[in-house]
Write a protein that binds this ligand. Structure first.
Ligand code: ZN
Length: 398
């Protein structure tokens, strides 16, 4: 039983002081003799929902495990993560998915929702068991690779639509170099033609080019069920910073300054409605190779809120209610999770962020197994102090 005192919550764009009581996993209106958590200077919100995370287990436990990845999420105030399916075994059948579900049940400290493969082993040769898998997952994706067979994708869309699920697309057209804007925007354009035919609920991952945003905006104006996410790195970094440093290497890559501004504009104007991390841990060895050979991806769970808060909310480019929409409401809505607002009766998934004091992010504090972050050494506001999942304190308080 806890009582969170002296903290602020978001109410109609404003911060107001409010005490929160937690008992038996839920938010309640009063408890007798609670443990007091002092939330002075802290913003209290429902837990963050990240729709794009690579937890690497089963298969690649030298990079991350469900335990280390979810501890990293808890440290970031992220209480729900959607786990991408580029795993071994790939969750493309019920039997394979059960391997992942078993580890989640055993080890996860935050809520983990597996995303299943749309095609077997993400090979674009054959569809996964979409109908059966739909009873267990909320979304399908071949993240990490683009769809190479658009006819197969169209059949996949029909099945996903029939089963009332969503596709999360890693849009990449291999007719172009990955560093070319067209490799993303041509994939987006072609996939949107199929979305129009099938009317499936379709979400584009990590969109990063002005051309792609233009296509997505047109599709939204035509009332297709199309959404997209942007990442903190594409919002706040650009290709002028790469300098052959593997911690600035990811896919899609950092784009031009102009594309970075287009990414911010897409978010602020409502074309992109979700911020997701694409948390992609790697070993030191994978990231110590020369830039050309180093693997793609950076970690992101622990710096998601500090980057968004420091760059967009503290600067007043966006409001506290935008913050909640991008990081909590819209990700949950995309995946069909319930609306949350720290009301009595809700499950106590809660995060508390220090928005008034800055902190320099250090490698030593990282809880992910991967230390591959371009934000190490950055001074930011909004780091998480306490995280609760199901009413249990899973981060902070020591
Ligand atoms: Zn991807």
């Amino acid at each position: 039983m806890y009582k969170l005192v002296n903290g602020y919550v978001i109410l109609n764009e404003e911060l107001v002081k409010k005490d929160i009581y937690i008992k038996d996993g839920k938010i309640v209106d009063y408890v007798e003799n609670p443990q007091i958590i002092n939330c002075k200077d802290l913003l209290i919100t429902p837990g963050i929902c990240d729709v794009h995370v690579h937890l690497r287990e089963p298969g690649f436990t030298n990079k991350e495990t469900i335990l280390s990845g979810t501890k990293s999420a808890a440290k970031g105030g992220v209480t729900s993560v959607f786990a991408m399916p580029n795993l071994k075994p790939y969750p493309d059948s019920i039997a394979n998915l059960e391997v992942e579900e078993h580890i989640i049940k055993r080890d996860a400290v935050v809520n983990v929702y597996p995303i299943a493969c749309l095609t077997r082993e993400e090979k674009s040769k054959e569809l996964s068991d979409i109908k059966e898998l739909s009873k267990h997952v909320l979304a399908f994706s071949d993240d990490g690779v683009g769809f190479k067979d658009l006819e197969l994708l169209e059949r996949g869309m029909e099945l996903v639509k029939e089963n009332n699920r969503v596709i999360c697309s890693h849009a990449e057209d291999y007719n172009y170099l990955p560093t070319s804007n067209l490799s993303e925007s041509e994939a987006v354009r072609k996939e949107l033609l199929l979305v129009k035919k099938t009317n499936v609920k379709y979400h584009f991952c990590h969109i990063s080019t002005k051309e792609s945003f233009k296509h997505i905006k047109e599709a939204q104006e035509a009332k297709l069920m199309v959404t997209c996410e942007v990442t903190p790195h594409h919002l706040f970094l650009n290709d002028s910073l790469i300098n052959n440093d593997p911690n600035f290497k990811m896919n899609p890559p950092l784009r031009s300054y102009e594309d970075m501004l287009a990414t911010q504009e897409a978010l602020l104007s409502g074309v992109a409605t979700i911020i997701a991390t694409d948390h992609a841990p790697h070993t030191k060895a994978d990231k110590s190779l020369p830039y050309e050979n180093a693997l793609n991806g950076i970690i992101g769970l622990e710096t998601l809120v500090p980057l968004v808060y420091t760059n967009l909310i503290k600067t007043k480019k966006a409001s506290f209610s935008d913050f909640k929409k991008w990081l909590i409401d819209n990700p949950r809505k995309l995946m069909g999770l319930s609306y949350v607002n720290l009301e009595v009766g809700e499950i106590a998934d809660i995060a508390c962020f220090d928005i008034f004091n800055s902190h320099i992010y250090q490698e030593e504090e990282i809880l992910s197994k991967g230390k591959n972050s371009p934000f190490i050494g950055k001074e930011l506001y909004g780091f998480c102090k306490y995280t609760f999942v199901n009413g249990k304190l899973v981060y902070g308080g020591e």
